[in-house]
Write a protein that binds this ligand. Structure first.
Ligand SMILES: [Zn+2]
Length: 247
């Protein structure tokens, strides 16, 4: 299964829960309390009620899926890594209404800072953060958290992005729109993929959960070279009581 096939397969909560059910009870329901093998599904609560002891069970109980911890787990794993080498960095606006003003400051859109390792004809690891606004302070903080010091950071010379020059080798070039793919091509590919992910899958994410969906995108993107192992690896991590801390 490719990165995008996987993304399509697990695009709804139902699809994820069906898959968790199969992982948890591969031979059909078995009550963890009494061992009975028949249950009624309670759709309003999303729980399985044992027909014998009447205890109720959820496919996500005692897993990181419970209380929607999964995206936090993904963010935590990625937060341990800092980008190195030739890095492209840019800002963008995502979310909000699809119609209306485009670009910086469009209604309801949230600013993000995006960085990716450029490895010639491919990208390495990416890092993305939603921020209150793009300014020297937020860009500098992002750089400190996400990029090792003294790397080569390429930008299109937007002034908010120049503040990290004392910790990084900053290579900026004022880039006309038609030349942007020559100077910082990969970061723009990442941004357009992220926009498609947010619109296609979640129909415009509201601000509160934006960083969690961004974390999911980054995690999937950064794991894409081990893509055939992603579903099994994630499901195992999530069904074996792995705590966020130990991820
Ligand atoms: Zn039971």
């Amino acid at each position: 299964m490719s990165f995008f096939e996987w993304q399509a397969r697990f695009d709804t909560e139902e699809a994820c829960k069906d898959s968790l059910y199969t992982e948890k009870w591969p031979n059909g329901f078995q009550c963890p309390h009494c061992g009975h093998t028949h249950a009624h599904f309670l759709p309003s609560r999303g729980l399985y009620q044992c027909s014998s002891c009447h205890k109720q069970h959820s496919v996500t109980a005692e897993t990181v899926f419970h209380s929607a911890k999964l995206r936090k787990t993904m963010g935590h794993r990625d937060s341990l890594y800092r980008l190195t080498g030739h890095i492209e960095l840019d800002d963008a606006f995502v979310g909000g209404e699809q119609k209306g003003k485009r670009g910086r400051g469009a209604t309801g859109k949230k600013p993000i800072i995006v960085a990716c390792e450029s490895q010639g004809n491919r990208t390495g690891t990416i890092a993305i953060e939603a921020v209150g606004r793009i300014n020297h302070d937020t860009v500098d903080q992002f750089s400190k958290r996400k990029i090792m010091p003294e790397q080569s950071v390429y930008t299109d010379a937007f002034r908010g992005l120049t503040s990290f020059a004392n910790t990084q080798e900053h290579l900026s070039r004022v880039t006309p729109a038609e030349k942007v793919d020559e100077w910082v091509p990969w970061v723009h590919t990442v941004i357009s993929n992220l926009k498609r992910f947010l619109l296609g899958t979640f129909h415009g994410v509201k601000g509160k959960y934006l960083q969690e969906y961004i974390n999911e995108f980054c995690y999937r993107f950064n794991q894409r070279h081990g893509e055939s192992e992603i579903p099994a690896r994630l499901l195992v991590a999530c069904t074996t009581h792995l705590s966020v801390k130990s991820c």
